[in-house]
Ligand binder design. Sequence first.
Ligand code: MIC
Ligand code: SF4
Length: 647
Amino acid sequence: MHPKTISEKILQAHLIDGKLEKGSEIGLKIDQTLTQDATGTIAYLQFESIGIDRVRNELAVSYVDHNTLQDDFKNPDDHRFLRTIAERYGIYFSPPGNGICHQLHLERFAVPGKTLLGSDSHTPTAGGIGMLAIGAGGLDVACAMANEPFYLKMPEITEVNLSGNLIPFVSAKDVILEILRTITVSGGVGKILEYSGDGIANLDVPGRATITNMGTETGATTSIFLSDEITRNFMEMQNRVSDWKNLNADNNAYYDEKLVINLLEIEPNIASPHGPDNVKKVRDVQGINVEQVVIGSCTNSSLRDLKVVANLLKDRKVSKDVDLIIAPGSRSVVEALIESGEYSYFIRAGARVIENVCGPCIGMGYAPPSEGVSIRTINRNFPGRSGTKDAKVYISGPETAVACAITGKISDPRDVFAQKILKCLKMPKSFPVINNFINPIPVETAKNTIIIRGPNIKPLPKFEPQTGKMMGEILIKVSDNISTDHIMPAGAKILPLRSNIPEISKYVFNSIDAQFYQRATEKKGGFIVGGENYGQGSSREHAAIAPRYLGIKAVIVKSFARIHTANLINFGILPLMFENKSDYDRIEQGDIIEISAGIDELRNNNVIMKILSKNFEIGLKHNLSGKDIEIIVGGGKLNFIAERLKW
Ligand code: MIC
Ligand code: SF4
């Protein structure tokens, strides 16, 4: 037996199908699942259509944290649907206001050595505790709840070696921003980032979770830390030390690649508009006027982070030019801050403390002013995501965010605060555990639960197979790093339509091309052309279902992000790539094309695209497994699973 990495140990223990050989397809047993409301409504409709009586995996949790504004019936109807369907099928339910899914999962459920599949791209947050946690589309999570294996290509494993100590006012967020600067938003695609080195001892579990959370922005399949005494202390604080186990890589374990980071060299970092890898040293952009600061999100809303924020705000005032908004990660975090008296430091400083939700991170209110500069401790600053198209959103750690809130300018915290503030930070011995979850009820009672559906919850559309000879127009040609926020925008206006595919489809590509919906409808569908890393960002399967609903047959790009590719496959859209990337320059929006993609062409990976309007042809390729081809040829994964489980 060769020495193993942490990832290999967990993968091996959960392997149902395939071999742990780089690039080959593996099927994994999934222990735990999580959903959040914005992806959950469709995921549970899909689960329901699978037709089993109760969830079959170890633990399934449904969180409500995204769509929490209730300015009409839509969101509360969705919440009620989610509560009743959770009761019906044996799922833990976390009502709105309880907290942000990833923060809560880390506090209450994450277990070292187990697997977690979540319908949210930041599911790898639980990697901070030593869990193999992967983000996926809702349909894949629905299948995992039915105990179906989760399939993926065996990732490469990259060792990220952290050495040395962090300097004061530099924390986990600055570390992951440094990694993003180094490897960019596509540097992690097809990889697991596994952390090692003596520098890990500097990082508590929330800090590790900040790093694994934002590993998602590198495109990585997941990120993971070991489980050690620090993990044990965290779990003890959470009153669930019995879930702890020791987990580490074997000596001399083999990694495909190694990245070395000396923590001592890291300074306060900030990602500038409009991408999480556009990272600069705070010192290099200091002095820019700031109008809004947002502290929170699944990246930086832990007790550790908010204690730092509270103590930096103590006896100070937020600048009159700045709106400071704080969204804590959970009720327990708030309770601990109330118990210690630190909560009042927010209030006295003039901060607006809002509900324990995603809120501003996903544009659910709290949009910045026109052309405003907003400093946020979130993980994504794609254009328009904040709700204000021309806002300039920067991403920083909590220390820098507070420095900016106080001075009204982008400022390095080392210049604003005295070191002694951080030295007097004290973590409580135990965490006030507030369990406001609604627990599963026995199966016999659960069977009688009536699932309540409001008028906004529309049935899932049925899709017919679309392969063979496909003809149509290139409806849009986009550039590199197009995110799912570009394809299917979120925000307070569009998010409430997540359970209504016909309605939400009207907003596909809305932020970059307001005519797209009309064009796609008039032409009865067609094709999308894109550049590198197409579909980066979220797990939202709506970025595939809605284009599919509009008749998109194939997406042809230079390269794809992982979760979006899986979602395209699940909904029967062909994810194709240029054999020769320079062919991207030879085609334009409006070109009429024909693609021959019958089962044989797909199996032989020999797909030809004819540009009929210009009279030339080019070669395309794909990364589809045999099973993916079957799914696409059958019209999508729901049809495939129906066949497999013989409904
Ligand atoms: C995000 O941060 O973009 C979201 C909103 O949490 C998404 C999920 C969604 O679109 O519902 C994600 O990260 O997967
Ligand atoms: Fe919520 Fe933002 Fe985290 Fe997505 S990234 S789960 S919107 S807090």
